[in-house]
Design a protein around this ligand. Structure first.
Ligand SMILES: *Cc1c(COP(=O)(O)O)cnc(C)c1O
Length: 388
């Protein structure tokens, strides 16, 4: 028997063999000519994946939370007003980070768990005050809620707020056109839909965000996060020169360049469409099995992950059983409903057969938990979409 399970959580995810080979190769110097070329190419490819041709990419060792921290540290000065469009756990985190740098934070809350604030409520909040920036969590990984990013970003742009998007669970999976949608800063981490092992904070800042940074009156209150230090580094590698502030995570950047190449080879539109299709198939299986989801409606549901509630009589023991049947799934994260639901990531290099294997493992787990259903009914629902 193969002793290896599919890693179907909302990050880290399954990585391609080519990406893993880049992780395992001999580490080069960070000033070696071939690495300089690879770093420069990765930066250019990031612009293409974020669909932000005029953006300034930053690749910095750290996790997605560091990317959020970098955004807040560089764009917020003490006393600035910030608006958080709150869809759950990671929106709460952004509010906390913004406050840490001295922002006065106003939050527009979702009417219930699994929902997003209505556009009218966000527009009213933006009109009631002058905000330097607003943050939007594209996909809240705690609830699998995806927002109407294009409309929300347009509201922020219209009211003159910098639009900052936490795309940690969306970039390269969920449809996002950073420049065309008026997003001033988008950020992610390597281990989610970008498809590289954990360790990279990735940001692309548009011209308005860079301008707001240049106009700061006070120094950035975080030494490691300061764009004053990182911008010359990124500009040097873009120009084919090495430069040093902190040692870049060399193997991760080699792997990033490989993965971005694979993303672009698939094509952004094709990639968004594949994520939509696989998500639709997975969600159809969950529904056929009689499980409800945390998002309140299909148009609030993300395509990069699914958050089903456990059915009556089943609890977190399902996860261990699904694991034994070959798929590693994640538990709940939102504190208010943590023990009542689980999460399945299906982003990045995920294939139709990964989806089917995962549904098979969930069916095995449900059966062992004593849940009554017709075996194969989830698989059939998914197949009816995957074979179209
Ligand atoms: C995973 C995630 C984060 C945090 O990223 P880490 O790499 O775990 O620090 C932030 N926001 C969202 C939406 C996420 O999904």
């Amino acid at each position: 028997m193969k002793g290896r399970q599919l890693l179907m959580i909302p990050g880290p995810i399954e990585f391609t063999p080519e990406v893993l080979r880049a992780m395992g190769m001999s580490t080069t110097s960070h000033v070696a000519p071939d690495f300089i070329q690879v770093f420069g190419q990765a930066l250019e490819q990031l612009r293409q994946v974020f669909l932000c041709p005029h953006g300034q990419p930053f690749v910095i060792a750290g996790s997605g939370t560091l990317a959020m921290d970098i955004a807040a540290a560089n764009l917020i000065e003490p006393g600035d007003q910030a608006l958080v469009v709150n869809t759950g756990y990671f929106s709460d985190r952004f509010a906390t980070i913004l406050e840490r740098y001295g922002a006065a934070v106003t939050q527009v809350q979702a009417p219930s768990i699994g929902d997003a604030p209505p556009l009218e409520a966000v527009e009213a909040a933006l009109k009631a005050n002058t905000y330097k920036l607003m943050t939007i969590t594209h996909v809240d990984t705690s609830t699998a809620v995806g927002v109407d990013l294009q409309s929300l970003a347009a509201l922020g742009q219209n009211q003159g707020a910098l639009v900052v998007v936490d795309g940690v669970c969306s970039v390269a999976g969920e449809e996002m056109h950073q420049e065309a949608w008026g997003i001033d800063l988008a950020l992610t981490a390597s281990q989610k839909a970008i498809g590289v092992p954990p360790g990279l904070a990735l940001l692309v800042a548009g011209p308005r965000a860079m301008e707001a940074f240049r106009r700061r009156k006070s120094p950035v209150g975080n030494y490691y996060a300061d764009w004053k230090e990182w911008l010359p580094i990124m500009e040097a590698y873009q120009a084919g020169r090495p430069s040093y502030f902190g040692t870049p995570p060399v193997n991760l950047i080699w792997a990033l360049n490989v993965s971005l190449g694979q993303v672009l080879e698939e094509g952004m539109e094709a990639r968004f469409a594949r994520h939509r299709r696989l998500s639709e198939a997975f969600k159809a299986a969950i529904t056929a099995l009689g499980l409800k989801q945390v998002p309140v409606s299909p148009n609030r549901a993300a395509t990069t992950l699914t958050a089903p509630y456990y059915p009556q009589g089943v609890g977190p023991e399902l996860l261990g059983r699904a694991n034994a049947a070959g798929a590693i799934l994640a538990g709940g994260l939102h504190p208010a409903i943590k023990g009542q639901y689980f999460r399945v990531g299906h982003m990045g290099a995920v294939s139709a057969s990964d989806i089917l294997a995962t549904i098979g493992a969930i069916e095995q787990g449900l059966a062992q938990s004593g849940y009554k259903f017709e075996p194969g009914i989830g698989l059939a629902a998914a197949q009816s979409i995957l074979t179209q």
